[in-house]
Write a protein that binds this ligand. Structure first.
Ligand SMILES: [Zn+2]
Length: 128
Protein backbone atom coordinates (compact mmCIF):
# COMPACT_ATOMS: atom_id res chain seq x y z
CA UNK A 1 0.00 0.00 0.00
CA UNK A 2 2.72 2.40 0.99
CA UNK A 3 4.92 2.89 -2.00
CA UNK A 4 6.44 5.66 -4.03
CA UNK A 5 3.89 7.69 -5.94
CA UNK A 6 1.52 7.76 -2.98
CA UNK A 7 1.38 11.05 -1.09
CA UNK A 8 1.34 9.13 2.16
CA UNK A 9 4.78 7.78 1.32
CA UNK A 10 6.25 11.26 1.12
CA UNK A 11 4.36 12.41 4.22
CA UNK A 12 5.38 9.50 6.41
CA UNK A 13 8.97 9.23 5.23
CA UNK A 14 9.72 12.93 4.73
CA UNK A 15 10.97 12.38 1.23
CA UNK A 16 10.90 14.89 -1.62
CA UNK A 17 7.21 15.42 -2.55
CA UNK A 18 7.98 15.42 -6.26
CA UNK A 19 10.24 12.43 -6.82
CA UNK A 20 10.01 10.55 -3.50
CA UNK A 21 13.66 9.66 -3.95
CA UNK A 22 15.38 11.21 -0.99
CA UNK A 23 14.78 12.82 2.38
CA UNK A 24 14.05 16.55 2.54
CA UNK A 25 15.79 16.70 5.88
CA UNK A 26 19.48 16.80 6.74
CA UNK A 27 18.78 14.48 9.64
CA UNK A 28 16.04 11.89 9.21
CA UNK A 29 15.59 11.31 12.93
CA UNK A 30 13.29 14.11 14.24
CA UNK A 31 14.50 13.48 17.78
CA UNK A 32 17.87 14.99 17.02
CA UNK A 33 16.29 18.25 18.06
CA UNK A 34 19.13 20.52 16.98
CA UNK A 35 18.44 19.51 13.41
CA UNK A 36 14.65 19.30 13.62
CA UNK A 37 14.11 22.19 11.20
CA UNK A 38 17.19 21.70 9.04
CA UNK A 39 16.17 20.93 5.48
CA UNK A 40 17.97 20.70 2.21
CA UNK A 41 17.53 23.72 -0.03
CA UNK A 42 16.67 21.61 -3.05
CA UNK A 43 16.20 17.99 -3.93
CA UNK A 44 19.47 16.74 -5.37
CA UNK A 45 17.56 14.22 -7.46
CA UNK A 46 14.88 16.34 -9.21
CA UNK A 47 16.01 19.84 -8.16
CA UNK A 48 12.69 20.76 -6.55
CA UNK A 49 13.02 23.75 -4.27
CA UNK A 50 11.42 22.85 -0.95
CA UNK A 51 11.03 26.34 0.42
CA UNK A 52 8.70 27.49 -2.35
CA UNK A 53 8.63 31.04 -1.03
CA UNK A 54 10.12 32.83 1.99
CA UNK A 55 8.65 31.55 5.26
CA UNK A 56 6.77 28.91 3.29
CA UNK A 57 6.78 26.52 6.22
CA UNK A 58 4.98 28.93 8.54
CA UNK A 59 1.84 27.57 6.94
CA UNK A 60 2.73 24.18 8.35
CA UNK A 61 1.71 25.57 11.73
CA UNK A 62 -1.94 25.38 10.70
CA UNK A 63 -1.44 21.77 9.73
CA UNK A 64 0.35 21.01 13.00
CA UNK A 65 -2.74 22.16 14.85
CA UNK A 66 -4.79 19.48 13.12
CA UNK A 67 -2.10 16.83 13.47
CA UNK A 68 -1.73 17.73 17.15
CA UNK A 69 -5.47 17.34 17.72
CA UNK A 70 -5.35 13.96 15.98
CA UNK A 71 -2.57 12.80 18.31
CA UNK A 72 -4.45 14.15 21.33
CA UNK A 73 -7.64 12.34 20.34
CA UNK A 74 -5.68 9.14 19.76
CA UNK A 75 -4.03 9.43 23.17
CA UNK A 76 -7.39 10.04 24.80
CA UNK A 77 -9.12 7.15 23.07
CA UNK A 78 -6.30 4.74 23.92
CA UNK A 79 -5.99 5.71 27.58
CA UNK A 80 -9.62 6.42 28.42
CA UNK A 81 -11.51 3.92 26.27
CA UNK A 82 -9.05 1.08 25.75
CA UNK A 83 -6.99 1.11 28.94
CA UNK A 84 -9.82 2.57 31.02
CA UNK A 85 -7.90 5.16 33.01
CA UNK A 86 -9.58 8.06 34.79
CA UNK A 87 -10.27 11.33 33.00
CA UNK A 88 -7.41 12.99 34.85
CA UNK A 89 -4.91 10.28 33.87
CA UNK A 90 -6.16 10.51 30.29
CA UNK A 91 -5.46 14.21 30.39
CA UNK A 92 -1.91 13.55 31.59
CA UNK A 93 -1.57 10.99 28.79
CA UNK A 94 -2.62 13.62 26.24
CA UNK A 95 -0.09 16.15 27.52
CA UNK A 96 2.63 13.50 27.66
CA UNK A 97 1.84 12.35 24.13
CA UNK A 98 1.97 15.90 22.80
CA UNK A 99 5.38 16.48 24.36
CA UNK A 100 6.86 13.15 23.35
CA UNK A 101 5.57 13.32 19.78
CA UNK A 102 6.10 17.02 19.18
CA UNK A 103 9.11 16.53 16.86
CA UNK A 104 7.12 13.94 14.89
CA UNK A 105 4.09 16.26 14.74
CA UNK A 106 6.24 19.12 13.48
CA UNK A 107 7.84 16.98 10.77
CA UNK A 108 4.54 15.41 9.71
CA UNK A 109 2.99 18.87 9.42
CA UNK A 110 5.75 20.11 7.16
CA UNK A 111 5.48 16.99 5.02
CA UNK A 112 1.71 17.35 4.71
CA UNK A 113 2.01 21.08 4.01
CA UNK A 114 4.49 20.73 1.15
CA UNK A 115 2.46 17.86 -0.28
CA UNK A 116 -0.47 20.26 -0.71
CA UNK A 117 1.60 22.26 -3.19
CA UNK A 118 4.00 19.83 -4.79
CA UNK A 119 2.74 16.68 -6.45
CA UNK A 120 4.41 13.46 -7.38
CA UNK A 121 5.90 13.38 -10.82
CA UNK A 122 6.93 9.95 -12.12
CA UNK A 123 9.16 11.55 -14.72
CA UNK A 124 11.07 13.48 -12.08
CA UNK A 125 11.53 10.24 -10.19
CA UNK A 126 12.94 8.46 -13.23
CA UNK A 127 15.58 11.04 -14.13
CA UNK A 128 19.27 10.30 -13.56
ZN1 LIG B 1 13.05 15.22 -5.64
Amino acid sequence: MLKKGNKLYSILTGTCPKCHSESMYLEKNPYKLGKLFKMHERCSHCNTKYKIEPSFFYGAMYVSYGVGVAFAVAAFVISFLFIGTSLFTSFIAIVGTMIVFLPVIIRLSRNIWINFFVHYDPNAAKKK
